[in-house]
Design a protein around this ligand. Structure first.
Ligand SMILES: Cc1cc2nc3c(=O)[nH]c(=O)nc-3n(C[C@H](O)[C@H](O)[C@H](O)COP(=O)(O)O)c2cc1C
Length: 229
C-alpha cells in the first residue's frame, strides 16, 4: 500500500468511525458558506442516472425557532401524527436492536423508561435540532421510488462525513417526517415534495452525557455471506 493510499484510508476510516449522532451542541455559529461547502462536496454522491433527487432547506437562527414552534404546537396538542417510519409490528430482529438503543439513550440522559413525560420532552428537542446552530431539512419529489430515496441516503451520509471532516457533528432525524404538513408551507416547499428527514449540524458539546451513547454494530459475519473467494 502506498503512503498516500494509507493516508486516504486512515482518513476516511477515521471519519466513518468518528461520526456518531450528536444531540447536544455548543453555542457556536456555523457560517452559511461552510454549510454550502459541505452540501457542495456532498453532492458528489452518486445517484441513479445522475438524477440527484435531493432537495435541502438550510435553517439557522429565527428560521429554526419558527419551525420548532410550529411543530411543537402540534406535538404539545397531543394530536400526534402516527409514526410511519417503521412497520407495525417491527420484526423482532430489529425490535431487539431498537430496544437496546433506547435503553442506552435514556440511561445516558438519566431518564427512566417508565417516565413518559420526560421521554416526550426529549423527543420534543428534535424539533429545535437539539440546540444546533444549523438545521437541514431533506426533501424529495414524492413521485420517486425507493431507489431514489437510496440516492438521498447516500447524499445524507456524504453530508455527515463532509461535516465531520470540518470538525462538525450531526444527527439525522426522521422525527421531522410526520410533520410534513407543518413544515412544507413554512419552508415554501412546492407541491409534490415530501419531507424525508432533518439533520442537526453544529459543534458537539463534549460535556453532554447524551453524546457518549455507545451504539454497537453487528459483526460482519452476522450480515455477510461470502461466496467464491
Ligand atoms: C434515517 C435516520 C433517522 C434517524 N432519526 C433520528 C431521530 O429522529 N432522532 C434521533 O435522536 N436520532 C435519530 N437517528 C439516529 C439513530 O438513532 C442513530 O443513527 C443510531 O442509533 C446509531 O447511532 P450513531 O448514529 O451514533 O452511530 C436517525 C438515524 C437515521 C440514519
Amino acid at each position: 500500500m502506498s503512503t498516500s493510499t494509507f493516508d486516504t484510508t486512515a482518513c476516511l476510516d477515521g471519519l466513518l468511525r468518528s461520526r456518531c449522532s450528536v444531540r447536544a451542541f455548543r453555542d457556536e455559529a456555523v457560517p452559511r458558506e461552510t454549510v454550502l461547502e459541505i452540501l457542495r462536496v456532498a453532492s458528489r454522491a452518486p445517484s441513479n442516472s445522475n438524477t440527484q433527487p435531493w432537495q435541502v432547506y438550510a435553517l439557522a437562527g429565527p428560521a429554526i425557532r419558527e419551525l420548532e414552534a410550529a411543530i411543537a404546537a402540534v406535538f404539545d396538542s397531543g394530536q400526534l401524527p402516527p409514526p410511519h417510519h417503521f412497520p407495525v409490528p417491527l420484526p423482532d430482529e430489529y425490535g431487539v436492536r431498537q430496544a437496546d438503543f433506547a435503553a442506552r439513550y435514556y440511561q445516558a440522559l438519566g431518564i427512566d423508561r417508565s417516565d413518559a413525560a420526560a421521554r416526550a420532552r426529549q423527543t420534543r428537542r428534535n424539533f429545535g435540532f437539539f440546540g444546533a446552530p444549523v438545521g437541514l431539512i431533506f426533501a424529495i419529489d414524492a413521485c420517486l421510488k425507493p431507489h431514489s430515496w437510496l440516492d438521498l441516503g447516500l447524499f445524507l451520509q456524504s453530508v455527515m462525513l463532509a461535516a465531520r471532516a470540518r470538525g462538525l457533528d450531526t444527527c439525522p432525524q426522521v422525527s421531522f417526517a410526520p410533520y410534513h404538513a407543518v413544515i412544507a408551507p413554512l419552508l415554501g416547499m412546492p407541491d409534490g415534495q415530501v419531507t424525508v428527514c432533518g439533520l442537526s449540524l453544529g459543534y458537539r458539546d463534549e460535556r453532554a452525557p447524551v453524546n457518549s451513547v455507545e451504539t454497537p454494530r453487528r459483526g460482519v459475519d452476522a450480515f455477510v455471506r461470502t461466496l467464491g473467494f
